[in-house]
Structures are given as C-alpha cells and as structure tokens.
Ligand binder design. Sequence first.
Ligand SMILES: NC(=O)c1ccc[n+]([C@@H]2O[C@H](COP(=O)([O-])OP(=O)(O)OC[C@H]3O[C@@H](n4cnc5c(N)ncnc54)[C@H](O)[C@@H]3O)[C@@H](O)[C@H]2O)c1
Length: 339
Amino acid sequence: MTDRIKVGFVGCGGIAREHMKGLAKNEYAELTAFCDINIVKAEAAAKEYGTVDAKFYSDAEEMFRDASLDAVYFCLPPFAHGAEFKAIERDIPFFVEKPVNLYLDQAKRIAEAVERKNLITSVGYMNRYRRGVQMVRDLLMEDPPILLLGGWITKTPSQQSNGIFTWWIIKEKSGGQFHEQVTHTVDLARFLCGEIVEVHAYPAEGINRNVPSGYNIEDASVVNVKFEGGAVGTIWASCSANAGGGGISLSVYAESVTALFTGWEHSLKLLRKGKQPENIPGEEDIFSIEDAVFIDAVKSGDPSKIMSPYSDGLKTAEVTLAANESMRTGKAVRIRGNH
Ligand SMILES: NC(=O)c1ccc[n+]([C@@H]2O[C@H](COP(=O)([O-])OP(=O)(O)OC[C@H]3O[C@@H](n4cnc5c(N)ncnc54)[C@H](O)[C@@H]3O)[C@@H](O)[C@H]2O)c1
C-alpha cells in the first residue's frame, strides 16, 4: 500500500461533501475516485476535492473495476445500498453513512460478508467520538443508567431547507425520521446504556399541514425502549414543529449522574451528586475526527479505535426498524439480534 490511502466515494451528495472537505486536508488520504448516479455531482466533487488525476463515474461497478482503491465511502440514501458487496469482493475497507440500510436482510448479508473477510469498516455514528459522550459512557459503567429521554424535534422539511428532500420525506426510501435521523440518538442510547431488547412505538400521522408533495413519513413518533440492564427510555421524533422550541436532546439519569446533551453538536451539561456542574462543549469538526480514525485504521490495519464497525451499526438499524414495525402493528417488538 502507498503512503497515502486512495479513497473512493459512492454517493457524492450532502454528507459525502462534508467528509470530502475534511479528507482533502488529511495528510494520509487522497481522493481519487468519485461515483454518483448523477454524474454531474461526481464530476463536481472530483474537481473540488480530488487529486489532479481523479476520475468520476456514474456506475459503482465501473469505478471498482477501473480505480485501484485502498478505502471507500458509501454515502447513499438508506434505500440505495448494496454496492458494499463490490468493495467486500475486492477486500477494500469501507466507511458507510448511517443508517447502514433500509433492508435488514441485505444489511445482515453485508455484515456476514464483512466478517468472513475480517474487513475494516466504520459507520457514520460520529457522536460516539465526542469527549462528552466518552466521559458519560465511562461514568455509566460505574453508575448504571436508569432512565433515558431524547430525540429530534425539527420543522417540516422543505425543498429550500433540505437538500435530501427528494427521498427523505418518502417512507419507502428513508424509512422515516426515526430510522434515518433519530438513529443517532438510538445509537448513543445503545453506546451509553447497553443493548435495547424491546421497543414499543406510536406514530402521529397525517396531522402536519402544508407538507411537500409525496410526504408520507410520520409527523412524529414516540418509542419506548427497554435496555438489557433494566433501564428504560423514551426516544422521540418530530418533523412538524414549525414554531420552534424543539431541537436535539438526550438526557440520561443514573443514581448519582445526570447527563444532559443538547444541540447537533451534543454539548454536555454533566451533573454529579456532590460535585459542581460541568459543561463540555461538543466538537464542531466531528466528521474530520471520525474520518481520521478510519483512515488511521486502514493505514495501520488496526481497527481498535473505530467506535462503530458495520456489525454494530447493524444493531442500531435493527432497533429503528423494529420501532417501524411496532408503529405498523401497534405491538411491542423484541429485538432478536441484540440479546
Ligand atoms: N452522519 C450524519 O450526521 C449524516 C448527515 C446527513 C446525512 N447522513 C446520511 O448519509 C446518507 C446520504 O445522505 P445525503 O444527505 O448525503 O443525501 P443526498 O441525497 O444529498 O446524497 C446522496 C447521493 O447518493 C447518490 N446516489 C443514490 N443512489 C446511488 C447509487 N446507487 N450509486 C451512486 N450514487 C447514488 C444520489 O444521486 C445523491 O447524490 C443517508 O443515509 C443519510 O442518513 C448522515
């Protein structure tokens, strides 16, 4: 392998460009191949972030046949996965954005193939790399969590405010807000409090007014969860709160520790019995931090600092898809893979 990791991208949309921005400055990486079914996006990304001889493609198979790559980023909408098999066939380590997939069967087959090849993978749960999150995780090892509350409350998506408008508002493409977006909170819940073994969810549907054409996701949802250690939680989603007052929050309560995370950057207010409150601001450059860990792992062959390998990202998807099933059936759903 050369000194610099040759990186390719499958999907060159919004989040891909966030990774490209940081990777273009990473001294151990170079961006050499770009693929998007919309070739205009692939070409634009290649020109902006690629090496002078970077190539662009509209077909992933063609990219894998043509380009010699050390690592690949899959930044695809939840319904559009599957190209991971092409990387696995060629033993190429990969990073995949959350949620790993909309289809659990396909995700399980990808996980099995990754395991057979013992391939380095990383899933885009960047909040796991935050200092505040790590601190709370350590504290909760000693003082077990009892209650967790959190989620995302946002506005109605509009074409102007949301580049992912075309697939995000369609349940059959994104899986809905809980699966696509609140997956971050579910993943942190698992990271901080242990495995979720059962969910029971309720949707609010068809109440939100002035929704864009094609919108068929839930306006809101609440998902009650049980953790294997005995803790309980409620995790919520809303994309219908246009007067404000919502946002991103996650609160975890243990006997002697209260952890209050707020905002996209998950700034932490940490309360401990008998101690002064502490404020730990969330990192703004979290994608670069997460990407540097992945690139280092590929370079060294040591995945031990990766916080979310594919097999773990799959477990978070199992929880959010179980919540979707519960919303559909009205019944509690046991999560088989997680216990
Ligand atoms: N970690 C985070 O905070 C974060 C933030 C935003 C999005 N995401 C996730 O990243 C993923 C992508 O989201 P986005 O905002 O970049 O969406 P996007 O719509 O901006 O970009 C997706 C791109 O994939 C391309 N594409 C679709 N099918 C393809 C295929 N088969 N082959 C090649 N290209 C294909 C589309 O043309 C588009 O350019 C989603 O799963 C989303 O949940 C993560």
